[in-house]
Design a protein around this ligand. Sequence first.
Ligand code: F3S
Length: 394
Amino acid sequence: MSLLLSKSEQAIFDGEAGEAARQSMDILVALGKIYGAKKMIPITSAQISGVSYKTMGDAGLEYLQGLAKKGAKVKVPSFLNPAGMDREQWKEMGIPEDFAKKQIEILDAYARMGIMKTCTCAPYFIGIRPKKGEHVAWAESSAVAFANSILGARTNREGGPSALAAAICGVTPYYGLHLDENRHADIVVDVKCDLKGLADYGALGSAIGKLSKNRNPAFTGIDKTTAGEPKLKVLGASMAATGSVPLFFIKGITPEWNVSDKIERIKFTDSDLKAAKKEIDTGLKPDLVTIGCPHASLEEIKDVAILVERKKPTCDFWVCTSRKLKDEAEKLGYKKTIEEAGGLIVADTCMVVCPLEEMGHIVTGTDSGKAAAYLPNLCKQKVAFGDLEDILYR
Ligand code: F3S
């Protein structure tokens, strides 16, 4: 059956809402046809990736400026993924001036379309939390995994252009994870080891992502009382990075548990955890430790402040988070404590999308399987992987 548009969607497609909206509906219709969607579905929010000048370049900037010039305006609350720098402290970070200028132009183009300059990959920590069953169009892979799995919302893993098109039209093609029949597990992982810090969840996610190969995993054996949202976000982000996993289930934790008895079942033991960590960690001492992939929650920032107040780290360190939580951390005194220990709370950006390699860093520390997966290729970094107490004081 072919894709049917409503009267208002057809009007946008025919150009009655302007050229920018027409182009956007064109993208959505093409996507819908490729994936066999029968209709569009209204969305309540859009999260847009493709924000850092490092990944967008001049071509991306010109595309956005062109769209803004044609009068593009978003129809639903829409917000941005991390940019390539902290909008206020880019000089302290060591960002080159010409990079900063282009980055500001990208953010301004998005703002002209009505998009919030949130610049975070963890919008769920700043109050943007779609409810179970709510349809959204989110692009950041870790946020997609969190929204689908932990919140029970429904989104495909959008690309930057399709999320932006959905934001402008207020709808997305109805296929993939928007449909009940696709929201099921394909493999069960019985966790037989004790997961402690964030790095354990990062290593588990990294290993299972590689093994899942686009299958949705379901976990048993993860303790609800110790696995808070920061650990679950790291688990999902790591699987999204190494295996493009957009949805997972955890017995007793996730709002959905669609798991058949007939699917493959594997065990994840202590020795698997050790092997996963060893595979990621070079064992080197980092010259920069980066915390917050995905962006740190206030609870994580507090934990860092407590740790570094007790003992000053032996290397530079950043805590990456949203602007909103950076401001809250300042009010609560965590920012001062972190700065006195030689660190920076860096908002709007992250270790992967800022130009780390141009800033002279060689070995970067992380407790996230996602950052560990991307740092070598995207930032030419060697990775020191482990829990904070390990990488901050190596
Ligand atoms: Fe977020 Fe950057 Fe990690 S966008 S998920 S902190 S790689």
